[in-house]
Design a protein around this ligand. Structure first.
Ligand SMILES: C[S@@+](CC[C@H](N)C(=O)[O-])C[C@H]1O[C@@H](n2cnc3c(N)ncnc32)[C@H](O)[C@@H]1O
Length: 438
């Protein structure tokens, strides 16, 4: 059966690498269209994410051991080599000879003439223990942690001595985390009940709302999930909604809200007694907000299609606002390792202008004494603190309120009290700021 899993993984990789599909979506589609056992599903996920995660290093190895330059290798054959090199160098579940012979079989189906070439390259990769000579510390980090050099330089320029920790964090296997709907059940109770049901679960350490599933199977089919007591959410994302301090009768606008992870949290924290206007620019995504609100049985969410760049005058001064802005997503590489290969410095440079335009509209909805929470899931000061500093300079009626989440090794507090969350196994890289209208 593992052979079938490898074939599915290969097809998925091709969709991502050659057709520009997003890794999480391509993988979900692939897994839902085939009938595979749990072990094989796990293998597909491992092969796809692992290959994308280690691609820089893998390509280097293939280039060293191939007589044909990488750019000239037929696309499908290149993906076979990449996926197989990943197994040879990073997994020990499958013996090397089996990996090579499976790869040769797959290659033969693509083009019988390349089978010998694939065999030769992979045998050579198997024996290759070369440690390349690095011209700098950054080059070493790029190779060892498998990131494009420009991205390592970006982290090093902006996060200095924390660079290696960021690279390691972004390569972590993401833990399975859920937010407890404390409107209906306490976290302690969920933990107790899950333990009774045979799960191993722990509380998250920064957010008081999260649990981490450490073992015992998939909670998605558990009654807690289907009955709306739990929401899949990263721990970092659980930190945004509480900053709005939602109360009964309040009005909250979540301007970029799909799939509604934070909007539903706002509703829960208000006792589901507030209006939560949850907008997004994509029609298809509005459905996901409604589905999530429905599963959680929340009545206060009003999901709708709206471009956050277009002001809605009827709502000026209406309440408090969450702007969880579209961003470069460098903080979520653990879950979307394709970001390592798809983002460019130019793309990063273009984002602050868009984000500032959205902030400029978002401020209009904030009432006196109300709050604007600006957050992103990226590690890039120009999309994060520099945007917020620009905003405060241009809007003297707003002031930053210090966020206090306690001392945790991966939380960086700026002088103004903004927070950058460095990635760990349980937390995405994230940025949070809280701006109050005087
Ligand atoms: C970081 S995600 C939001 C995640 C969401 N807040 C949550 O917690 O589930 C950013 C969202 O912004 C949406 N978006 C991008 N540009 C937008 C715009 N101009 N107006 C409204 N939404 C936009 C995207 O479709 C995406 O769903």
């Amino acid at each position: 059966m593992a052979a079938k899993a490898r074939k599915v993984a290969l097809e998925t990789l091709v969709k991502i690498m050659n057709e520009g599909a997003y890794s999480n979506i391509a993988l979900d589609n692939a897994l839902s269209s085939v009938n595979l056992k749990d072990d094989d599903r796990a293998l597909v996920t491992e092969l796809v994410y692992g290959t994308l995660k280690r691609l820089v290093t893998i390509d280097d190895m293939i280039a060293r051991n191939s007589t044909t330059p990488l750019k000239k290798i037929e696309n499908l054959v290149l993906q076979i080599l990449r996926m197989s090199a990943y197994q040879l160098k990073y997994l020990d579940r499958i013996p090397d000879y089996a990996v090579v012979s499976e790869a040769v079989e797959l290659a033969r189906e693509v083009n019988p003439r390349v089978a010998g070439f694939v065999n030769a390259v992979l045998r050579s990769v198997t024996r290759d223990d070369t440690v390349p000579r690095f011209r700098s510390k950054l080059e070493r980090m790029a190779y060892e942690h498998s990131f494009p050099l420009w991205m390592v330089m970006h982290f090093s320029r902006n996060y200095k001595s924390r660079t290696e920790e960021i690279l390691e964090g972004l390569n972590e296997r993401p833990a399975v985390t859920y937010r407890v709907n404390t409107l209906r059940i306490s976290r302690d109770e969920v933990l107790r009940e899950l333990e009774n049901d045979g799960f191993r679960a722990e509380p998250t350490s920064v957010s008081p709302f999260g649990i981490i599933i450490k073992g015992g199977g998939s909670v998605a089919s558990n009654r807690f999930f289907s009955e709306g007591l739990l929401t899949v959410q990263d721990e970092s994302s659980m930190l945004a909604a509480p900053l709005l301090e939602p109360v009964e009768g309040g009005i909250y606008l979540d301007l970029c809200s799909a799939p509604g992870g934070k909007a539903t949290h706002i509703a829960e924290l208000s006792g589901d007694k507030a209006r939560v206007l949850a907008y997004d620019i994509y029609e298809a995504k509005i459905r996901t907000i409604k589905e999530n609100a429905g599963r959680l049985r929340l009545k206060g969410i009003e999901a709708g299609l709206h471009d956050a760049g277009e002001p809605i005058p009827e709502l000026f001064g209406a309440g408090s606002v969450l702007l969880d802005a579209p961003c470069s997503g460098l903080g979520i590489i653990r879950k979307k390792p394709d970001i390592k290969h798809t983002k460019t410095q130019e793309e990063l440079d273009g984002l602050p202008a868009l984000q500032r335009r959205l902030m400029d509209v978002a401020r209009l909805y904030v009432k006196k004494g109300g709050t604007l929470v600006y957050s992103t899931c990226t590690l890039n000061p120009s999309e994060n603190e520099e945007n917020v500093r620009w905003f405060l300079e241009n809007n003297p009626d707003f002031q930053a309120e210090r966020i206090q989440l306690g001392d945790h090794p991966n939380l960086l507090y700026s002088e103004e009290g903004f927070i950058t969350v460095l990635p760990t196994s349980t937390m995405d890289g994230f940025f949070l700021s809280k701006l109050v209208r005087k």
